[in-house]
Design a protein around this ligand. Structure first.
Ligand code: SF4
Length: 390
C-alpha cells in the first residue's frame, strides 16, 4: 500500500464524496465500445455481491459521511435481472445520501419495461440516462447496437408515460457515412421527447474495437463537421452546452459529471470502477479496480486487486486543466489558486496570452474560458499548456 494511503484515510474522514458503481454486463457488445463489459452473465450475482460489499467497505474505510451524487453505470446496469437490480438499489438507499442527492442509472432501451420503471420509481433513483445513440436504421447498424430504431421509439414512449424523474439521452454523431441531415433528424426526434439533458458524443474510433478495424484506414467515411453542426442545432433548440459533449435545459446539468470535471472526490466500485480521492498532501490519488471479473472476485482486501496511482505536481495541474476547460464555464481562478497555491495566469501565461490574442480564450476577473471555437481546439490548447509546464 502506498505511503500516502494512510494519510488519505486520515484526510478523508468526514468526507463528502460521490459514488460510481460499475456494472460490467451488457446484452451484446457494440462495435465502437471499449468500456469494460462482458456479455456472459454467469458471474452476475457473485460480482454484484462483491460490488455491494466493496462499496460498503470503501464508505466505511474512507469515513464518507455524505454522498451528493450516485451514478450506476457500465456496462448496462439494467441488464441485471430485476431482483438483482432491486438488491443493489435497496443497498444504495441505505447509504448516507445527501438531501436532494442526484442518483442516476444508465439503461439501454431494450432493457426498459414497465416493471423496471416501477422499480426505479420506488427507489432512490431520480435520473435515468438512456443510451439511444441514433434513431436511424443504418447508423444503429454501423454502431452494432442491440436495439433497432423501432425499439428506441417504443421504449422512449414508455419512459415518457411512466417515468417522472429526470431523463437524459445519449446520442452519437460523426458515425461513418452519417450525414449532417441524418444527425439533425436524430436530434429533432430526441428533442421531441423533451428530455432534460442530452449527451451528444462525437464518435471516437477506439483501438481494438471492430469499428476501428473497419474504418481506421477509411477516415473519409467520417465527417467531423456532422457533430459540430449537430451540436449547434441542439443549442438552437434550447439545450445549452455546458461541456464539450453535454447539453441541458436550464438547471438540468449532470451534477455527478460536473464533480468529475472539477476533480471532486468520488469512489468507484465494481470490477473496472475507478476512484479519485485526495492525498494528505492535497494531490490526487486514483484507485483503478481490476477490469476482470475473475480477478475481481478472487481478490481480497479493501482494494480488491486495484492499481493505485498518485497524480501530483505538473501531472495534477495538467489533469485539472484538461478536465476543467471542457466546461463552458471554464476554470475558476480562485479554485485554481486554492488547489495549487499559485495563479493560473502565472502557471501558463504564454498559452493563455496567445489563445486570448487569437480569440480562442477569454480571461475575466474570475475565470479562464475557452471560446466556442477554442473548445473545438481543446487538445491543441492542452499541448501548448503541457509544453509550457515542462
Ligand atoms: S451497451 Fe454501452 S457499455 Fe454495453 S457494449 Fe454498448 S456501448 Fe458498450
Amino acid at each position: 500500500m502506498p505511503k500516502s494511503y494512510t494519510a488519505l484515510k486520515a484526510l478523508e474522514n468526514n468526507l463528502e464524496a460521490s459514488l460510481y458503481i460499475h456494472i460490467p454486463f451488457c446484452n451484446s457488445k457494440c462495435s465502437y465500445c471499449d468500456f469494460f463489459s462482458v456479455t456472459d452473465h454467469s458471474l452476475m450475482s457473485d460480482v454484484l455481491d462483491k460490488t455491494i460489499a466493496q462499496t460498503a467497505q470503501y464508505i466505511d474505510y474512507f469515513g464518507i459521511k455524505s454522498i451528493p451524487t450516485v451514478y450506476i453505470g457500465g456496462g448496462t446496469p439494467t441488464s441485471l435481472p430485476l431482483p438483482l437490480l432491486e438488491r443493489l438499489l435497496d443497498f444504495v438507499g441505505t447509504l448516507p445520501l445527501s438531501d436532494g442527492a442526484e442518483c442516476t442509472v444508465e439503461a439501454n432501451p431494450e432493457t426498459v419495461s414497465p416493471d423496471l420503471l416501477t422499480l426505479l420509481s420506488s427507489s432512490c433513483i431520480n435520473r435515468l440516462s438512456l443510451g439511444i445513440q441514433s434513431f436511424s436504421k443504418s447508423t444503429l447498424k454501423t454502431l452494432g447496437r442491440h436495439c433497432d430504431f423501432k425499439t428506441n421509439f417504443a421504449k422512449l414512449e414508455l419512459v415518457k408515460s411512466k417515468w417522472h424523474g429526470k431523463l437524459s439521452l445519449d446520442l452519437i454523431a460523426s458515425v461513418p457515412h452519417q450525414t449532417v441531415s441524418d444527425s439533425i433528424e436524430d436530434i429533432d426526434t430526441a428533442v421531441s421527447f423533451k428530455p432534460d439533458h442530452i449527451s451528444l458524443y462525437a464518435l471516437t474510433l477506439e483501438e481494438g474495437t471492430p469499428l476501428f478495424r473497419l474504418y481506421s484506414g477509411d477516415l473519409d467515411a467520417i465527417d467531423d463537421n456532422v457533430w459540430i453542426i449537430a451540436a449547434d442545432h441542439l443549442e438552437v433548440l434550447g439545450y445549452r452546452r455546458y461541456e464539450v459533449s453535454n447539453f441541458s435545459l436550464p438547471g438540468c446539468q449532470s451534477r455527478h459529471n460536473i464533480r468529475y470535471w472539477k476533480l471532486k472526490p468520488y469512489i468507484g466500485t465494481g470490477a473496472g470502477g475507478v476512484s479519485t480521492l485526495h492525498t494528505g498532501d492535497g494531490d490526487l490519488f486514483r484507485i483503478a479496480n481490476v477490469p476482470s471479473l475473475e480477478r475481481y472476485l478472487a481478490s481480497d482486501g479493501l482494494l480488491c486487486g486495484a492499481e493505485t496511482e498518485e497524480v501530483a505536481g505538473k501531472s495534477y495541474i495538467f489533469e485539472y486543466l484538461m478536465m476543467g476547460l471542457r466546461m463552458t464555464e471554464g476554470i475558476d481562478k480562485s479554485d485554481f489558486r486554492h488547489t495549487f497555491g499559485r495563479e493560473i495566469t502565472d502557471t501558463i501565461p504564454e498559452t493563455i496570452s496567445e489563445w486570448k490574442t487569437r480569440g480562442l480564450a477569454v480571461e475575466t476577473e474570475n475565470s479562464v474560458v475557452l471560446s466556442r471555437q477554442g473548445l473545438l481546439l481543446l487538445n491543441q490548447f492542452l499541448l501548448d499548456a503541457l509544453s509550457e509546464l515542462e
